[in-house]
Write a protein that binds this ligand. Structure first.
Ligand code: ADP
Length: 428
């Protein structure tokens, strides 16, 4: 069966978030890491999500990677492309949402492209073209101080317009039209695409709740491109006759020893590590200063772990409190400390898998990226959700012939008992 949906996400955790929503709504979904090569086999799935790192990349690189991914997805048979952006529309006046969206629209010949980052379940809603985070306008939310993509204007029509060349217009399909139903939205989009719209290529669509997203998904069904956060995904599988159920999230049975590698210092991860230690689990702390001093910390950690591998998860962690992290950063520099710890934890993750770990949880966004690379993983089948935004996945790896089960948890996700819950949720 060929693909029903081809998605391009502008960052890794955004891709996982979207893939998780598609699976929950009934689509079997595979996530590809980086631009697929022309000859790469098409996975047996309803949806493919290509995870790029294009959110803050130079514009030309973001456009080139997105176009290459789009060509591959279309060659794989995807009738509709979904450009997944952040639910807070993270971007700058230079891009990258506008330039990438326009290049994709040109590629697929889209006359009009609906745009909405709304994800009401996570408090992101769009009303009169303005994006709200909870009850705050985006421009009043902490996003106004983001180090890379400060969002100081909540008016998405204006924000997107500023990223597009003169002559490419952005307009609005407002909440009254959306409330009137999918045919009214489709008519509104058609009107903007026609002469009346005078050069309008993109329509921000008001989406204040899940029903609005479902109506928009239905109205956009025949369109070749949508630009959205992960929220719109909830309305798409039903349009293909797919319903939520265990089949979409089925993974091969899990096997092998259980382990956790944690390089996240976020508050949620600190609490999860503390809970694991309090429960008496086998755990080893990695000291960044010893790595910097030249000790082979990875080899020592693997020597410690080998006799302890089994059904009960063991934990190797660099997770530390802010004061400890600051002390390390003052000595080594923040970037250097981060890179040293990531490289060491990635070697440990690879060594653990070579020694029989088949169920691995990695805590930390950057840490996950480093571990996935060290494990030689390029595609993940998305399985059941452990916590919002964190599914179990199954991946082939050159280091383990039968593949392995992997959960990649970005820092602030998951409750205190996440590590226990994660392994409890996996069918063996
Ligand atoms: P999160 O998702 O919580 O932001 P990341 O893995 O993305 O986690 O980022 C955490 C960063 O902190 C990584 O670069 C990691 O290597 C680094 N790090 C982890 N532990 C320490 C430590 N004890 N001292 C300094 N840096 C650390």
């Amino acid at each position: 069966m060929s693909l029903l949906l081809g998605c391009i996400a502008d960052d890794f955790t955004g891709a996982t978030d979207l893939a998780g929503n598609l699976v929950r709504a009934g689509m079997r979904t595979v996530q590809l890491i980086g631009v697929p090569a022309p000859g790469d086999p098409v996975p047996d799935a309803d949806a493919v999500v290509v995870a790029l790192k294009s959110r803050t990349a130079p514009v030309a690189e973001a456009v080139a990677d997105s176009l290459a991914s789009a060509r591959w997805l279309r060659a794989a048979g995807a009738p509709q492309l979904y450009f997944k952006v952040c639910s807070t529309f993270d971007s700058t006046p230079a891009g990258n949402i506008g330039p990438v969206a326009l290049a994709l629209a040109d590629l697929v010949g889209a006359a009009i492209v609906p745009v909405t980052p709304a994800f009401p379940e996570a408090g992101r809603t769009v009303f009169q073209g303005h994006l709200f985070v909870g009850s705050q306008l985006l421009s009043d939310s902490p996003m106004r101080q983001h180090p890379l993509t400060p969002m100081t204007d909540a008016n998405l029509v204006r924000v997107l317009q500023a990223q597009l060349p003169a002559g490419v217009r952005v307009d609005l399909v407002d909440h009254r039209t959306v409330a009137a139903g999918a045919p009214a939205i489709a008519a509104g989009l058609d009107a903007l695409a026609g002469a009346e719209g005078a050069g309008c290529r993109f329509a921000v669509v008001d989406t204040v709740d899940d029903d609005a997203l479902r109506r928009l998904a239905a109205a956009a069904q025949g369109l070749p491109l949508v630009v959205a956060g992960s929220g719109l995904a909830i309305g798409i599988p039903a349009l293909h006759g797919l319903a939520p159920g265990a089949a979409a999230s089925a993974l091969p049975p899990a096997a092998g020893a259980a382990a956790i590698v944690s390089g996240s210092c976020s508050a949620a991860t600190q609490a999860q590590v503390a809970r694991f230690l309090a429960g008496g689990g086998a755990a080893l702390a990695v000291d960044p200063l010893r790595i910097a001093a030249g000790d082979d910390v990875a080899a020592q950690a693997l020597d410690w772990a080998t006799p302890r591998l089994g059904d009960a998860p063991l934990l190797v962690y660099a997770t530390a409190a802010p004061e400890a992290v600051q002390r390390v950063q003052a000595q080594l520099g923040a970037a250097e400390a981060g890179a040293l710890v990531e490289a060491t934890l990635a070697r440990i993750a690879a060594g653990l898998v070579q020694r029989g770990v088949g169920r691995l949880v990695v805590a930390g966004g950057e840490t996950s990226g480093a571990c996935v690379q060290a494990l030689g993983i390029t595609r993940l089948r998305i399985g059941p959700q452990i916590a919002p935004g964190v599914p179990w996945c199954h991946a082939a790896s050159a280091l383990r012939s039968q593949g392995l089960h992997l959960a990649l948890k970005s820092g602030n996700f998951g409750r205190q008992d996440f590590f226990r819950d994660a392994f409890g949720a996996l069918v063996q």
